[in-house]
Design a protein around this ligand. Structure first.
Ligand SMILES: *[C@@H]1O[C@H](CO)[C@@H](O)[C@H](O)[C@H]1NC(C)=O
Ligand SMILES: *[C@@H]1O[C@H](CO)[C@@H](O)[C@H](O)[C@H]1NC(C)=O
Length: 267
């Protein structure tokens, strides 16, 4: 069923002709209307289905951890660090896979990485991922009448889609080693997504590494603009309940050519 109807790309009435940058909060109020028949904001469960598809398809994410404070006692080789990092948030890109397909992301943790050092020193962890369209939309959202009439130089379009209207999420929880799957199966799953990771699989001669899962305890979701997408916490049972069949059946914006920038996905 197609829930998200095509929406007009331009709303003259709501747009000022003055060439204001479109980052002010009131920009949201000048979105094309979503009052067309049949439209409704997706539920948290439908959002979880989209999110599980993003997790399954996205190879990268940003991992957030917290540096241990010096009063926490034991540190795993936190030497060679500047003073005063205790309690500081730290975010860095990480390879991600979805080998278990149960909502808990898979990482290949390397012991010398700062993120996993923080985890060893007791930090919880978050993983942020956002959906990146494979194709630019047929037409961009135009923010001014000037843009609409004269178009824009494509080379200025450094983000050729409205990232603010695309789904993203943050998974919060803690790390634990994966014992429930053979290392060979995890390695083959992980390397199918990250072929260079074959050089630092567990047992390599350079760095200690192991497969771990982020045990998700909370899910924060921003599906896009709030007048057409769900924004808020997704109950973790809903996140974990999503089946492969369900996330395989949905389409994210820009997975296929010819998509409309104002929509949030096809469920
Ligand atoms: C990790 O998060 C849990 C809540 O899920 C909290 O009880 C615990 O104190 C946190 N650990 C650290 C080191 O902040
Ligand atoms: C999870 O799925 C089971 C079985 O389909 C269902 O009974 C239960 O209500 C679901 N829970 C949530 C939170 O969606």
């Amino acid at each position: 069923m197609r829930l998200f109807h095509s929406l007009p790309l331009i709303s003259f009435a709501a747009h000022s002709c003055v060439a204001e940058p479109s980052s002010e909060p009131q920009y949201v109020f000048s979105n094309p209307p979503v009052s067309e028949s049949g439209y409704r904001i997706p539920t948290s469960y439908e959002s979880a289905v989209l999110g599980r598809r993003i997790l399954a398809l996205s190879p990268l994410g940003t991992v957030g951890t917290v540096f241990p404070s010096s009063s926490d006692g034991h540190f795993s080789s936190q030497e060679n660090r500047p003073d005063g990092l205790g309690g500081m948030p730290h975010a860095l890109m990480e390879y991600v896979a979805d080998c278990e397909d149960e909502g808990n992301p898979t990482f290949l943790a390397i012991n010398i990485e700062t993120s996993f050092k923080n985890v060893r020193d007791g930090s919880n962890i978050s993983l942020s991922q956002q959906w990146t369209p494979r194709y630019p939309p047929d037409k961009r959202i135009k923010s001014t009448l000037f843009d609409w009439i004269f178009g824009r130089d494509k080379s200025e379009d450094t983000v050729p889609y409205s990232a603010a209207n695309l789904p993203r999420f943050s998974l919060l929880g803690y790390i634990e080693k994966i014992d429930s799957m053979p290392t060979e199966a995890l390695a083959s799953c992980f390397v199918s997504k990250h072929s260079d990771a074959k050089y630092w699989l567990p047992g390599n001669r350079i760095h200690f590494s192991e497969f771990v899962r982020l045990v998700v305890t909370q899910v924060y979701w921003v599906g896009g603009f709030g007048d057409r997408a769900y924004i808020g916490w997704i109950p973790v049972e809903e996140w974990k309940n999503v089946t492969r069949k369900e996330w395989e059946a949905v389409t994210l914006p820009g997975e296929k050519k010819g998509w409309k920038e104002w929509t949030v996905g096809d469920l």
